[in-house]
Design a binder for this molecule. Structure first.
Ligand SMILES: [Zn+2]
Length: 61
């Protein structure tokens, strides 16, 4: 699947599986996304990108 830069990266909290849109960081003409610092639901600071989360879930199933 091709990457779509207009759609924010999404991150999954490893504590409660809440999904957050990444924070946009702009650097000149380019931008990228960063995971939230802390989950507002459970306080966890561990996040994985949504694509990675799905990939890992598929491997363990
Ligand atoms: Zn959480």
């Amino acid at each position: 699947m091709s990457h779509t830069p207009d759609i924010p990266e999404q991150y999954v909290c490893k504590g409660c599986q809440a999904i957050y849109a990444g924070t946009v960081l702009k650097r000149g003409d380019t931008h990228h996304f960063e995971a939230p610092a802390e989950c507002s639901a459970c306080g966890s600071t561990a996040f994985v990108p949504l694509e990675q989360y799905i990939h890992e879930a598929g491997q363990s199933a």
